[in-house]
Design a protein around this ligand. Structure first.
Ligand SMILES: C[S@@+](CC[C@H](N)C(=O)[O-])C[C@H]1O[C@@H](n2cnc3c(N)ncnc32)[C@H](O)[C@@H]1O
Length: 209
């Protein structure tokens, strides 16, 4: 497949159920992020419950050695960047395209004393410069997912680990896109995550050749 693929083709359209799942999931995370920012106890519980999945993901995908890590879609309560700061010795950048989320995430990172190794910045996963990162994590809420993947697949440096989180249904389209890409992306493995019985998502581990 030629780079700069025509993502408008029918092949890359989400079906109605996928769109519903994406909207429902994004709303859930946004509300929980916001309430966790407001209510410290809820924030600590949120961190405790979800960081377990992120530690497991980091261990299985072995990003402990990655020096420069980017998290696309950090949100108002940046659990992923906090977990990485606790688990990984490298430098972490969290970006969000929403200015309010960036201000809140920056406040949380300062409050938790990670400001020396974590930078929170306004940025869009569709265009943010990614060529210096050893590992890039794409949050499940980052949209439009395939446009973000196209940017990463085209611009990430060789040997960069690209970790994509996606809700189960819409994940099929991510697989289709990865399979069809021009061979410069290797699929390494996929793990399934779930926190509550009703809350599942997949994490894809890819490598830029
Ligand atoms: C609700 S958070 C959830 C992440 C969770 N806080 C964590 O640490 O894993 C997801 C965020 O992704 C952001 N987002 C969505 N699309 C994006 C994009 N293309 N580029 C950057 N941020 C994006 C949204 O603004 C939202 O704040």
């Amino acid at each position: 497949m030629k780079r700069g693929t025509n993502l408008k083709s029918k092949k890359y359209r989400y079906n109605f159920l996928d769109i519903f799942v994406i909207k429902k999931t994004n709303l859930f995370w946004k509300v929980v992020d916001y309430l966790s920012f407001k209510l410290e106890k809820l924030g600590n519980l949120y961190e405790k419950v979800f960081s377990k999945n992120y530690v497991r993901e980091s261990k299985i995908f072995d990003i402990s050695e990655s020096k420069n890590i980017l998290h696309i879609g950090c949100g108002a309560y940046p659990i992923t960047t906090i977990t990485l700061a606790k688990f990984n010795g490298g430098n972490i950048v969290g970006i969000d395209k929403n200015q309010k989320a960036v201000e809140k995430a920056d406040y949380i990172i300062r409050k938790k004393g990670f400001i020396d190794r974590v930078k929170i910045e306004k940025g869009n996963g569709e265009s943010y410069p990614v060529d210096k990162f050893d590992a890039i994590i794409v949050s499940s809420c980052s949209i439009p997912k395939l446009k973000i993947l196209e940017h990463l697949f085209n611009s990430a440096k060789s040997d960069c680990k690209i970790i994509i989180r996606e809700s189960v249904g819409p994940g099929k389209l991510v697989s289709t896109y990865i399979d069809a890409y021009d061979g410069s992306i290797s699929f390494i493995k996929k793990i399934h995550n779930y926190t509550f019985p009703t809350f599942h998502w997949d994490s894809f581990y890819l490598l830029k050749k």
